[in-house]
Design a protein around this ligand. Structure first.
Ligand code: 2BA
Length: 110
């Protein structure tokens, strides 16, 4: 089997377990990494998965269906009226998934 693409999908922790179940049931091989978002500084999950070009649309579609975007409050350092920097609450919408798709040059399973 030729694995054409490496998919890196950054998703929310809340969706990780169910998504892994669904993808595994469909026969995709997945590695799950614990990751941290640079902006919120809170945990998220990164899936890496080698897929064939033929199954790539199905893979992305499953992620689209199973991962939801959610609103979160972030604490951002912003200048206040008295010109001091104080943490200000800011609402952000965290995407259901941020997906990178890379071409696979070589893959060895030894
Ligand atoms: P975080 O970096 O913790 O970002 C969480 C959410 O905060 C983002 O959701 C976005 O809505 C907001 N945000 C991020 N940076 C911001 C900034 N400088 N100013 C204002 N708001 C900001 P998403 O864009 O859906 O990203 C969710 C997670 O996906 C990110 O968590 C990060 O771990 C990853 N990610 C997103 N874009 C990436 C990229 N270009 N490269 C690598 N990782 C990325």
């Amino acid at each position: 089997m030729t694995l054409d693409k490496l998919v890196m999908a950054i998703i929310q922790d809340e969706d990780a377990s169910y998504l892994m179940d669904v993808l595994s049931t469909k026969g995709f091989s997945i590695t799950k990494l614990a990751s941290t978002g640079g902006f919120l500084r809170s945990g998220n999950t990164t899936f890496i998965c080698g897929v064939t070009d033929g199954r790539l649309p199905e893979f992305v579609e499953v992620i689209e269906k199973k991962c939801q975007s959610r609103k979160q409050i972030a604490s951002v350092n912003a200048m206040s009226e008295n010109e001091s920097f104080a943490p200000q609450p800011v609402e952000v919408t965290v995407g259901g998934a941020n997906i990178f798709i890379l071409n696979v040059d070589q893959f060895y399973r030894i």
